[in-house]
Design a protein around this ligand. Structure first.
Ligand SMILES: Cc1ncc(COP(=O)(O)O)c(C=O)c1O
Length: 388
């Protein structure tokens, strides 16, 4: 079976721009990203600069360089520079907000069953410490219509909802949530809103303030292809005085950006290389690359579902550069079986793709980025035909 793709293949970009193992069909950009050599080289240059004159770098060069990198990222996501700070990753961004909240006994944190599992654990921990509780909205899956997501969230909002945590693009199911509409709904009910946009930057056109949320956290190391450990947190001006870093250090009490810009001695090179990642993303087309990746993911998800005679998790309008397709298996849909399959796909077929057990079925979550070609998905299709 040969896939005939109508999607142009970013012909000018070679897979050699990345360190990716050439024998592996890498269909999991979504979990950890993949950083191109040129961006890693920029990170190395920052490290060399830091190690040449450590004191001068940390005290004189780093503060303005960090703010310049934050300003570049802020412009990329539509924000003001003073509203955006770097954090390690989206998990840290969510934990930062949870740790900054003053929950009272009986308060509720609303999450959905599509939210990233680690963030749901963080919410449960924050709630337990305060005698509050987590309320989980069950969003139907597979999905046809964003109204199903809105209805699920609306049904679990209540007078005690203090915070709603909503994924911009969901982790287990790869669905783009209608975050503007959801945010308006939650805010109208008196809840604060944190958007977990781990997959947002580089996958979606972002204008963060226009979403209307209180906080938005995102990763640059996923779809923007920056070095790992380059997340950010945006806070609305009204929330900044009460939003504190997980590590309190010299900048505490000196304002929002000062508090986050120094959290003790650490390697800031991933953050400083974010502008190089933005340059690379733009060199590959910026918005055109985003559209190409989404078109490839949608097209290949439809082909896989057709070949396997199964179904996609969500229709095109709710799908970006990641998509879920039900596997042609009747095995028990347990997390253990999903892990086994993921390992087997790598061990036997050299395919890296996440497999999840969700609402009684096993799903593959495919990703599409600049280095992916239709042949990558063809390998997945073929080996599942055999395994099925
Ligand atoms: C929605 C969502 N939130 C958070 C994360 C965690 O990202 P990180 O490990 O970079 O914090 C992920 C990772 O895939 C995710 O999909």
């Amino acid at each position: 079976m040969t896939f005939v793709s109508s999607i142009s293949s970013c012909a000018e970009i070679s897979r050699d721009e990345w360190l990716l193992d050439p024998v592996v069909a890498f269909l999991n950009h979504g979990s950890y990203g993949a950083t191109p050599r040129t961006v890693l080289a920029e990170q190395d240059r920052w490290r060399a600069r830091m190690e040449r004159r450590p004191t001068h770098f940390m005290s004189e060069e780093l503060p303005p360089a960090l703010r310049a990198a934050a300003a570049r990222l802020a412009a990329f996501v539509g924000s003001e520079a003073q509203d955006l700070v770097f954090v390690e990753n989206a998990t840290a961004g969510c934990n930062t907000v949870l740790a900054s909240l003053h929950l009272a006994p009986g308060d509720e944190i609303l999450v959905t069953d599509h939210d990233y599992a680690a963030v749901r654990k963080a919410a449960a921990h924050a709630a337990a410490r305060a005698g509050a509780r987590v309320v989980e909205a069950a969003v139907p899956f597979p999905l046809d219509d964003p109204a199903q997501i809105v209805a699920a969230v609306a049904g679990r909002l209540g007078p005690r909802t203090r915070l709603a945590i909503l994924d911009h693009v969901t982790s287990p199911t790869a669905v783009i949530f209608p975050v503007r509409e959801l945010t308006a709904l939650c805010r109208a009910a008196g809840a604060l809103v944190l958007i977990d946009g781990a997959h947002g930057p580089g996958m979606l056109a972002l204008d963060v303030p226009s979403i209307g949320a209180d906080w938005y956290t995102g990763n640059c190391h996923k779809w923007l292809m920056a070095p790992k450990g380059s997340g950010f947190l945006w806070a609305s001006p009204q929330r900044q005085a009460d939003t504190h870093p997980l590590v309190i250090s010299h900048g505490f009490g000196l304002g929002f950006t000062a508090a986050f810009d120094w959290i003790g001695t650490r390697d800031p090179s991933a953050w400083l290389a974010v502008p190089a990642a933005i340059d690379f993303h733009q060199r590959l087309g910026g918005p055109a690359l985003r559209e190409r990746n989404a078109a490839l993911a949608r097209e290949q998800a439809t082909r896989l579902a057709g070949i396997w005679n199964t179904a996609r998790g969500a229709p095109d309008p709710l799908t970006g550069a990641m998509a879920t397709v039900r596997l042609p298996l009747t095995d028990p849909a347990t997390p253990e079986r999903a892990q086994d399959l993921r390992r087997k796909l790598f061990a036997d077929h050299r395919i890296e793709v996440p497999v999840t057990a969700f609402v009684g079925a096993l799903w593959a979550r495919i990703s599409a980025h600049a280095y992916n070609r239709p042949a990558d998905y063809e390998r997945l299709a073929a080996c599942f035909r055999r395994m099925g």
